[in-house]
Every structure is written in C-alpha cells, then in structure tokens.
Unconditional design. Structure first.
Ligand code: ADP
Ligand code: ADP
Ligand code: ZN
Length: 216
C-alpha cells in the first residue's frame, strides 16, 4: 500500500497516521516532521525551512521534493509507505509520480480528510504535541490523562510555534491556493477517496482502514 493523506492543516492527518502505521506496519513519512527535526538539529535544511514555516508559508518545492526522494529510496519503503503532508503542490505531485514510477510502484490510495475551516482553527490553536515522541493531543477534543503530560511516554506537551491564530490563517490560505487544486489532480487519476474528518477520531480511523482493506 502506497498511501497519501491529504487535507488541510488540522484535518487529522497526523492523528490518523499513527493508527494506520501501527495497523499496517508501513513507514510514516511526514515532511512537516522532517523539517521540524532539521530545525531542532540546526542543519542547513532546517535553517532554510524555518524561514518559511515561521511565516506559515510552504517550503519551496525544490527543497521539499529532495527530502521525499531521499526518504523513499530507503529499504523500508519497499513494503509500502504513508505520505502525510506531501504532496502539497501540483509540482510536488508530478515529481512524486516520477519518483514512484522509478521505484516500479504506484500510489494506491489518496485519502482526503474533509473538515470545515471554522473547526480547523479550533483544532490547530488547541493542538498540543509531545516534545519527546511527537504524539498529538488536543486540549478539548483529545486531552491527555494528565494535563500537559504525554500518555505514551510521559514527555512534556508543547504548542507548535505555527499553531497561533495569525499563522493558522496564512497556512489555511496556502492550502486553499496551492494544495486544494491537487484534489482535482488525484480525482482525475481515480485514486481519490473522501472521508468526513469531522467525525470522532475512532470513526475516522475505522473508515480509513475499511477503504485500505478494500471493504468500502
Ligand atoms: P494534521 O496532521 O492534519 O495537521 P492533526 O492530526 O495534528 O492534524 O490534528 C489537529 C488537531 O485536531 C490535534 O489537536 C488533534 O488532536 C485534533 N484532532 C484530530 N482528529 C480529530 C477528530 N477526528 N476530532 C477532534 N479532534 C481531532
Ligand atoms: P499541518 O498539517 O498542521 O499544516 P505539517 O507539519 O504538515 O503541518 O507542516 C508544517 C509546515 O511545514 C507547513 O506549514 C510548511 O511550512 C512545511 N511543509 C510541510 N510539508 C510541506 C510540503 N509538502 N511542501 C511545502 N512545505 C511543507
Ligand atoms: Zn510522548
């Protein structure tokens, strides 16, 4: 299974990815996570990416495509992969087609999580992530058992610097202008499946699993 998760920021891609990679034992490839790691490590890639991420803008295609190309070459992707947050532009999607073709594979599923813009704002401003393991929570919709402590590893929960109301507005505009047009791209290929991302986390997860198992 070679899967793409699409949907605006806050749609639940990362949350659902955790379930799917456990269930199907395939690597989770998140370009956002890759950039945040590079920033934490202070690499040249991190320094460059941060300029854009801090403003809520997409990182340029040349940089982003290179990361995914390198990651997909690693042996663990032979058994399948889940791309979360890539592609986000038409050029990225076209580049991905070339990369996947050169691997002798194809994208098998594109799952789009639909969530209304008003709800996305509430989801993103209330999002908290574990500083140690990256697990995702929400102060109201998916709180940890103990406030600001990760259920999985007891690490501290923090708010991402781009999850402020001001930056969320720019990020949602970037989505509408540059990423939403990709839905037509995958619709035309016949690989796109829509899932209502406003349902409970468990319900969304079950629907995605059914699609991936060919039962829906
Ligand atoms: P994305 O990766 O698409 O940006 P996340 O998975 O990080 O989105 O989810 C954004 C926020 O919304 C997080 O705080 C998460 O806990 C919460 N969330 C995710 N899915 C749901 C859902 N189905 N119902 C309510 N809250 C959700
Ligand atoms: P979210 O799903 O909540 O928007 P991500 O972690 O996927 O968060 O992305 C965070 C930021 O990383 C984006 O706002 C953007 O700056 C950068 N980024 C991630 N993926 C891409 C991509 N495919 N193309 C360009 N920039 C990206
Ligand atoms: Zn944790």
């Amino acid at each position: 299974m070679n899967i793409i998760f699409m949907g605006p920021p806050g749609a639940g891609k990362g949350t659902q990815a955790q379930t799917i990679v456990d269930e199907f034992q395939i690597p989770h490839i998140s370009t956002g996570d890759a950039f945040r790691l590079a920033i934490k490590e202070g690499t040249p890639l991190g320094v460059e990416a941060q300029k854009y991420m801090d403003q809520g803008l997409l990182v340029p295609d040349e940089i982003t495509i290179g990361i995914v190309r390198d990651r997909l070459q690693l042996a663990d992707c032979q058994k399948g992969f889940l791309l979360d947050g890539f592609p986000r532009t038409i050029s990225q999607a076209e580049a991905l087609d070339g990369i996947v073709e050169s691997m002798g594979k194809q994208i098998t599923h594109v799952i789009n999580l639909n969530v209304d813009r008003g709800l996305l704002l509430a989801r993103l401003t209330g999002r908290r992530v574990c500083k140690s393991c990256g697990a995702t929570y929400h102060v109201m919709f998916n709180p940890p058992a103990a406030e600001n402590v990760c259920d999985k590893c007891s690490g501290p929960l923090i708010q991402r610097s781009d999850d402020t109301e001001e930056k969320v507005g720019t990020r949602l505009d970037e989505y509408t202008n540059k990423t939403a047009p990709l839905l037509n791209y995958y619709e035309a290929k016949g690989t796109l499946r829509q899932v209502n991302g406003e349902q409970d986390i468990d319900v969304v997860g079950k629907q995605i699993c059914s699609i991936l198992r060919g039962q829906a």
